[in-house]
Design a protein around this ligand. Structure first.
Ligand SMILES: [Zn+2]
Length: 331
């Protein structure tokens, strides 16, 4: 509309100098992101994420069963959330729509469908993504109540990271493995019993270890979308305390002391059964990312000449020492 007014008033086409053809848009876009792809994965992805995924993929039959499960579970879940949630559109939750678009544009992926799930009791967000259908991001209403828009952008950027890194097939398998005992309905789906037969303890632990590594990758995606790490750190701090309303009483440095306790405790192996690294580990890994070359490859405008930055290998090695349950090092 603005364009039409300008054209009619000035008598010229203000975009006359700009090539707006779709073919050129697509090739310009792929050129822009090409340099961020290394060996078929985004340059920011945590090395352990890819390495562990390859190990799981090498287990005979695993990937085939995961894919079969996804084809059963994902359409059902999508239907369920379409029935119980509210879809974000340009005219409904427009701010959420806008930040989702900004995240998708930053990472160079298509716009996912976003649904708000009414549940004030659980702070959660997740994504269903399979190769041949539009991905779906689900955000629980408690997130909207307890996070500001910058924090929501970090969360949505994180979810877009799952889409970009094609985590969907493995995420769904991990979720099913952990929830089948609680959700007996899942047992009626074709392929579930095959998966459970395949899912020896080592595979379960491999999936969980991969899942924790994948979260580090996606926190980095969220940080890239935000253009800062503070929002991601703030989300983790709020998650660690349930996002209680007086969030200003949270103190990140106090919170990080729990890392010192956790890494020294002989029962730290409890964490092996977690799908996500503990919040304090994620906060520390987020800070490391802000000292890396790869962050400034995406945000050149923030780079200062006097910065000493870690290479990608150094970054991942430092994150290994933070995220690893058994090899965590002193701060
Ligand atoms: Zn995640």
């Amino acid at each position: 509309m603005i364009l039409t007014e300008l054209q009619s008033k000035s008598g010229i086409n203000p975009t006359g100098e700009v090539d707006v053809s779709f073919d050129n848009y697509v090739s310009a876009r792929s050129r822009r992101f090409e340099k961020h792809w290394v060996g078929g994965i985004p340059d920011y992805a945590y090395a352990s994420d890819f390495a562990l995924r390859q190990k799981i993929k090498a287990i005979p039959g695993a990937y085939r069963v995961f894919k079969a499960l996804n084809s059963q579970v994902v359409p059902q879940m999508k239907q369920q959330y379409n029935m119980s949630g509210t879809k974000v559109t340009p005219n409904q939750f427009p701010q959420i729509y806008q930040v989702t678009k900004e995240c998708a544009d930053m990472l160079g992926i298509g716009m996912p469908a976003v649904y708000i799930q009414p549940d004030p009791s659980v702070m959660n967000a997740f994504t269903y993504a399979v190769e041949d259908a539009e991905p779906m991001v689900v955000i629980y209403s408690s997130m909207l109540e307890r996070l500001n828009i910058d924090e929501l952008k970090a969360v949505i950027g994180h979810e877009c990271g799952h889409i970009q890194n094609m985590h969907g097939v493995y995420n769904t398998a991990a979720e099913i493995l952990l929830n089948t005992a609680q959700n007996t309905l899942l047992l009626t789906l074709p392929g579930i019993r095959q998966l459970l037969a395949l899912a020896s303890r080592p595979l379960q632990y491999a999936l969980l270890a991969w899942s924790r590594a994948a979260e580090v990758t996606c926190d980095r995606a969220g940080i890239l979308c935000s253009g800062e790490a503070e929002s991601t750190i703030s989300v983790h701090a709020k998650l660690s305390s349930g996002g209680i309303l007086n969030a200003e009483t949270l103190n990140i440095e106090e919170l990080l002391k729990q890392y010192d306790v956790m890494r020294e405790n002989p029962n730290r192996f409890f964490e092996w059964s977690s799908t996500h690294p503990h919040s304090v580990r994620r906060i520390m890994a987020a800070r490391e990312f802000m000292n890396s070359q790869v962050y400034y490859d995406w945000h050149k405008e923030q780079k200062r000449p006097d910065m000493r930055l870690y290479s990608k290998q150094e970054l991942d090695a430092r994150c290994d020492r933070i995220v690893s349950v058994t090899k965590s090092e002193k701060r």
